[in-house]
Design a protein around this ligand. Structure first.
Ligand code: ZN
Length: 152
């Protein structure tokens, strides 16, 4: 059953799609002019609070890719590893399994932080910046999980 989207999910979804400049992370098509066809897709389900708003647990996926990857966890896993690296995905998966209860002040902090990151990204877009722009959430939430790409 689908979880209801709240205001936190809505701003997070905007942030995730703005990050890729409204490009699907999987097929690379652009959706700036039809943003509702691009979804914020979670690797570990939104029911896991610890990773529900984690930048590295989320992707921009068009409706078609979202469905395809939802039906093919093996392919989703491979895609997540290619996008964020195996170590990162392992950390995210571990974090998803952690039970957390977010307090009201923490939800407020997340919300304010997401809003200000969204504003920052939108300002960069209005200045003509294209392509991917990373965003972060507060350290206490992100638990220090950032890219762990190792040597390339
Ligand atoms: Zn796609």
């Amino acid at each position: 059953m689908a979880l209801k989207r709240d205001k936190y999910d809505i701003v997070f979804s905007q942030l995730v799609r703005e990050r890729t400049d409204y490009e699907c992370d999987y097929c690379g098509r652009h959706f700036r002019h039809e943003p509702s066809k691009l979804h914020c897709s979670h690797f570990k389900s939104r029911r896991h609070k610890a990773t529900r708003y984690h930048p590295l647990n989320a992707f921009s996926h068009c409706a078609g890719c979202h469905r395809k990857l939802g039906e093919d966890p093996h392919e989703f896993n491979a895609h997540a590893v290619i996008t964020y690296s195996e170590m990162t995905i392992d950390s995210v998966a571990r974090l998803a399994g952690t039970a957390v209860k977010l307090k009201p002040w923490q939800m407020d902090d997340l919300y304010q932080h997401m809003k200000s990151e969204l504003k920052r990204l939108q300002e960069l877009r209005s200045e003509g910046v294209t392509g991917r722009i990373e965003f972060t959430l507060p350290d206490w939430y992100q638990h220090g999980i950032t890219y762990q790409m190792g040597d390339i």
